[in-house]
Ligand binder design. Structure first.
Ligand SMILES: [Zn+2]
Ligand SMILES: [Zn+2]
Length: 258
């Protein structure tokens, strides 16, 4: 499984642009897609079954910003598995750049999506999906206050590439993206007319007090501690009682409970 990135995207601007983009992102479509049911996985580990999938109410679809069909790629070409290139990952120090360049020339869904969206899967809600991760959180269209807020999950990266294209479709609107990856790494970007500005980036965030980059692991392996509030995602009380640095913490907590 990939590392998931949790995204919240706000688009704020003139009423005409907000209404236009909300409709456009939700435009219904059908496409040829591989399915991922267990029975469909071949021995090589690749999904093998291809079917037409309908999105009647996709909510937020990268497909509706830039699709392979816009580039004249056929369903058959798109539904293919990526070709193995001839780049020597083990020995060629320039393999990563070469792989990215190679992917840009390819028409299969994996290479095309990564090159044009910045992530391998769309976030559109397919028909029959009862618990979609993509949602329209807020829509306001009233006088000067016009915005839409979406939440969605992307694989491995916050997919900024496709958001720069989205931004160019609504040139007078400001996009604000807040994202956080499963490991805790996250950030906040602002995008205007395709220009990305980084407002904040952090390696971790304390869930208890919301401080940025305050979480650290104990050198004696007794747990994770926030330098602001001393909370952490895991703490081993037995190891803490033997830890020079953190046994004090345990004692003060016990006192607080009494
Ligand atoms: Zn904290
Ligand atoms: Zn410790």
């Amino acid at each position: 499984m990939p590392n998931w990135v949790y995204n919240t995207l706000t688009i704020q601007g003139p009423k005409s642009e907000i209404d236009y983009i909300k409709d456009r992102l939700n435009r219904p479509f059908t496409l040829a897609q591989e399915t991922y049911g267990m029975g469909d996985i071949s021995l090589s580990g690749f999904p093998t079954k291809i079917e037409q999938v309908t999105y009647s109410n996709p909510v937020f679809a990268f497909f509706n910003i830039h699709s392979y069909k816009d580039d004249g790629i056929t369903d058959e070409e798109y539904a293919c598995q990526p070709k193995r290139d001839h780049i020597d990952i083990q020995n060629d120090p320039d393999w990563f750049r070469k792989s990215v360049e190679f992917a840009k020339t390819q028409k299969d869904w994996y290479s095309w999506n990564n090159s044009n969206w910045g992530t391998k899967w769309d976030v559109a809600v397919r028909d029959g999906d009862e618990y979609p991760n993509t949602e329209l959180l807020e829509y306001k269209s009233e006088g000067e206050d016009n915005w839409v807020v979406y939440k969605y999950e992307t694989a491995w990266s916050p997919a900024v590439t496709i958001l720069t294209k989205l931004s160019n479709m609504v040139p007078n609107s400001l996009l604000t993206l807040e994202f956080e990856e499963e490991t805790g790494w996250g950030g906040e970007y602002e995008i205007l007319r395709g220009e990305v500005k980084e407002l904040a980036e952090w390696d971790n965030r304390c869930y208890a007090c919301q401080s940025f980059d305050t979480l650290e692991y104990c050198d004696d392996d007794c747990g994770e501690f926030c330098s602001e509030c001393n909370e952490g995602s895991w703490q081993d009380e037995e190891a803490m009682s033997k830890c020079q640095t953190h046994s004090v913490l345990l004692e003060s907590r016990k006192k607080a409970e009494v």
